[in-house]
Design a protein around this ligand. Structure first.
Ligand SMILES: Nc1ncnc2c1ncn2[C@@H]1O[C@H](COP(=O)(O)OP(=O)(O)OP(=O)(O)O)[C@@H](O)[C@H]1O
Length: 300
């Protein structure tokens, strides 16, 4: 077990922000935490890293309580509002962490090299751009080679070149066995690094109805879409017409049965497209106004 979050509740005054969050991460991977502004992502990440007390519930990291002082060597957290010191250099910041964690100069320089900040490591932070600051924060987060890396909005303020570099870094870290839990609003970037997403809505994690669409969509272009829809529904195959094409989200219906049914009705198929649902489509399904079932627990 890498991370176990059990029944976390948190209110600020009368506002209940988290209402019993439970999930487990058991395999090294990248997991995205997604939700609208104010849905409680930062609150949850701050609770996981023990920067904020929960009202109720417990968090375990690598089998130990998140309050165990020994876990700080195993995890790293990059917050979206971490303070950097204007009159210190990037290297000073890395050295600060190096001193606490007992890291060598080589380890500090390797981390800087990896993130691509060697060129401005000796400049004072007051001369850094927003993107340069983000890179320094990331270098500070990965310098101790954490097993669990938690990143709150790591892509904020990055230009495309920097975002690509960060993405490549995250994928490389995952290959090396680091588990990364990140919050982001950038759904296109999320799709590039993971399809494992925890959706936070109104204080609860949403259980996606994967059996219904398995994150896969089939789309058919046919010569008579209305006739085709009628024939498929009569054969018990759930489809809908969108943009003059047939759409089906079910994995458990055989494509052969669809082809046979359409052939019997002498309907010509011009095109079949199988598409993995992107996070934007999943987000739209979840955050549309229709009620969804929140979940008691998710295991990933
Ligand atoms: N220290 C605090 N005191 C009072 N209310 C707070 C505090 N921190 C957060 N909140 C409230 O809790 C809710 C969740 O905030 P949080 O920052 O966790 O959301 P978020 O999902 O990270 O938002 P964003 O995507 O905008 O960063 C918001 O309504 C916010 O106003």
């Amino acid at each position: 077990m890498i991370l176990s979050v059990n029944n976390i509740y948190k209110s600020y005054g009368k506002e209940q922000v988290l209402k019993g969050i439970t999930f487990e991460i058991n395999q090294p991977q990248i997991i995205a935490l997604v939700g609208p502004n104010g849905s409680g992502k930062s609150t949850l990440l701050n609770i996981i890293t023990n920067l904020l007390p929960a009202d109720k519930g417990e968090v375990k990291i690598l089998g130990k309580s998140n309050r165990d002082p020994n876990i700080f060597r195993e995890i790293a957290f990059m917050q979206d509002n971490t303070v950097l010191y204007d009159y210190l250099t990037g290297y000073d910041h890395l050295q600060f962490i190096g001193n606490i964690q007992g890291l060598s100069k080589k380890q500090l320089l390797d981390s800087a090299e990896r993130i691509g900040i060697t060129g401005y490591l000796n400049k004072k932070v007051k001369n850094y751009s927003l993107g340069m600051k983000q890179h320094l924060l990331l270098a500070m987060a990965v310098v101790n080679r954490p097993k669990l890396l938690i990143l709150d909005e790591p892509l904020n303020g990055l230009d495309p070149t920097s975002a690509i570099r960060v993405r490549d870094l995250l994928l490389a870290l995952r290959e090396e066995g680091t588990t990364i839990l990140l919050s982001s609003h950038n759904l296109a970037e999320i799709d590039r690094v993971t399809s494992t997403i925890l959706f936070l809505k109104k204080g609860s994690l949403i259980q996606e109805d994967v059996s219904q669409f398995e994150r896969i969509r089939y789309q058919f272009k046919v010569d008579d879409v209305v006739k085709a829809e009628r024939a498929l529904i009569a054969a018990g195959i759930p489809v809908e017409i969108v943009d003059d094409q047939l759409r089906m989200y079910r994995q458990d219906v055989s494509i052969d049965l669809i082809l046979q049914t359409l052939e019997q009705e002498k309907i010509t198929i011009d095109d079949i497209e199988k598409k993995v649902l992107g996070s934007e489509e999943r987000y739209r399904k979840i955050f549309a106004d229709t009620p969804q079932q929140s979940t008691k627990s998710i295991k990933v």
